[in-house]
Ligand binder design. Structure first.
Ligand code: UDP
Length: 476
């Protein structure tokens, strides 16, 4: 059967490794297991060609033309920028989806934008096809979103201070004020508005799996039961279909430049190395970078550290120039050579985590990093920085017990994590930490089961595929 004759699913990926990689893995499953053809649509603004080069071969890609965004902050780390980018791209998205649907003899089966592209959901309505939102984050994040939409129903969005804290989410995740996603007050109306836009979806596909958030999955089942006679608040049904993690067998295009990490790991004893990385957008202050260096040094442990440019108010032309390694404290690399390796900007993370030498992961708790750590059975030291990462850290430490957490910001507003705290936590995780290790190994097994033939995530996606095929039968 030729791909051109299969019903087509179009998926929209907002910029960022953490959005594109799991969406492409979802697309691959739709093609390889469910008989669809799939096109992943990406944006030219903030595009990362090296990411596109390693997408699954069975998935087609198409890029939207660049749009004017000079008036917006120049960072793809900012969710508001991504939402606005997708809004401004709507005419192009509409044209592209229509042309994909017209160019094939087979019908369009569904439109699947990720959560920053929810403004495209009305296009699915216009074309009369199912529109499903993809959330590359936890189900707890969806529960949080649902909660604030319900709270602000029919009213102008209020403010964060309207929330009663600790906020008890359905499923038992309890969040204090500082752990709420994007806890800056001025962002609250925006979060409510995004949440409202999710309600146009026919379903929400979430990159999580049952054992990662069992109580939250169960809570959503209860919420889905409509109360008799009530004009109940509507939120689309959720489908935990993950974990979607980048496959390690595919070559990273820059593998040559990255292999020093892996070669270095090959020379380290099994279970001895702490991997330190803060995702594609995480940056520490200059002061915090120096403190982390001192902490790693004091821990006496082996480490592999992906060093990113520190965030700095004085711009990027300070003493260190634009080489992140130049911002490390004087003599640090020499003093730790042999037991530590610092690499600039990027490492082949999934391969590093899968390497037998890797013992623990100091992480910003981005959801993809989290699922990758689970998939490799590596316990974490949770060091959340922004977005919904503090909420992820609560889930990992308190609900799942697979992570220790660096001490959160103190009352006095000082949010520096000290060298002593870092050294202590890192040592505890590598030398002790049996309990967290056991927990993450249990989750690793559960993650693998989720996608076995009768696994819960596989069945959830199957259910969705059946719905889409049934809708094809009834489409005009
Ligand atoms: N990543 C990587 N090398 C790095 C840093 C990040 O390959 O040095 C990948 C990582 O494996 C993950 C993604 O980039 O798949 C980051 O996504 P995550 O959700 O963890 O964090 P974000 O970058 O969105 O904050």
């Amino acid at each position: 059967e030729r791909l051109a004759e299969r019903p087509h699913v179009v998926l929209l990926a907002s910029p960022g490794a953490g959005h594109l990689i799991p969406l492409a893995e979802l697309a691959r499953r739709l093609v390889e297991l469910h008989g669809f053809a799939a096109t992943v649509v990406t944006f030219t603004n903030f595009s990362a060609p090296e990411l596109l080069a390693c997408l699954p071969a069975s998935v087609a890609t198409a890029a939207l033309p660049a749009v004017q965004i000079d008036d917006l902050p120049a960072t793809a780390r900012n969710g508001g920028v991504l939402v606005e980018l997708s809004r401004r791209s709507l005419p192009n998205i509409r044209a592209l989806v229509r042309s994909i649907s017209n160019s094939s003899t087979a019908p369009l089966a569904a439109l699947v934008p990720d959560f920053f592209c929810s403004s495209a959901l009305p296009i699915a309505v216009e074309l009369g096809v199912p529109g499903y939102l993809f959330v590359p984050s936890s189900l707890a994040y969806v529960a949080f979103t649902r909660h604030i939409v319900e709270l602000n129903q029919g009213a102008a969005p209020g403010e964060y201070r309207d929330l009663v804290v600790p906020l008890e989410l359905p499923g038992g995740v309890s969040l204090c004020g500082a752990d709420l996603p994007d806890p800056e007050h001025q962002l609250y109306p925006q979060l409510v508005e995004w949440g409202r836009s999710y309600c146009l979806a026919d379903g929400v596909l979430v990159n999580t799996f049952y054992e990662m958030e069992p109580a939250t999955v169960e809570a959503f089942k209860q919420l889905a039961v409509p109360e008799q006679g009530s004009c109940a608040f509507f939120f689309p049904p959720v489908f935990p279909v993950g974990p979607f993690v980048r496959q390690t067998d595919r070559h990273e295009p820059t593998a040559g430049a990255l292999s020093p990490c892996l070669e270095w790991l090959d020379r380290q004893p099994a279970g001895s190395v702490v991997y330190v990385a803060f995702g594609s957008g995480g940056a520490l202050s200059v002061e915090q970078t120096a403190e982390l260096a001192a902490g790693l040094e004091a821990s006496g442990q082996r480490f592999l550290w992906v060093v990113r440019m520190p965030s700095t108010d004085v711009g990027r032309c300070g003493a260190g120039g634009d080489d992140p390694l130049a911002w490390l404290p004087e003599g640090f690399l020499a003093r730790t050579s042999g037991r530590g390796l610092a690499v600039a900007a990027w490492a082949p993370q999934v391969r590093v985590l899968a390497h037998p030498a890797t013992a623990a992961f100091v992480s910003h708790c981005g959801w993809n990093s989290t699922l990758e750590s689970v998939g490799c059975g590596v316990p974490m030291l949770a060091w959340p920085l922004y977005a919904e990462q503090r909420m992820n850290a609560v889930l990992l430490e308190e609900k799942l017990g697979m992570a220790l957490r660096v001490p959160p910001a103190r009352e006095d507003g000082r949010c520096l994590v000290t060298r002593h705290e870092i050294a202590k936590a890192v040592k505890e995780l590598v030398e002790g930490g049996q309990k967290v290790r056991r927990r993450v190994e249990d989750l690793q097994k559960a993650a693998a089961r989720a996608w076995l033939p009768e696994g819960p995530s596989r069945r959830a996606l199957e259910q969705v595929a059946v719905k889409w095929k049934a809708a094809l039968g009834t489409a005009k």
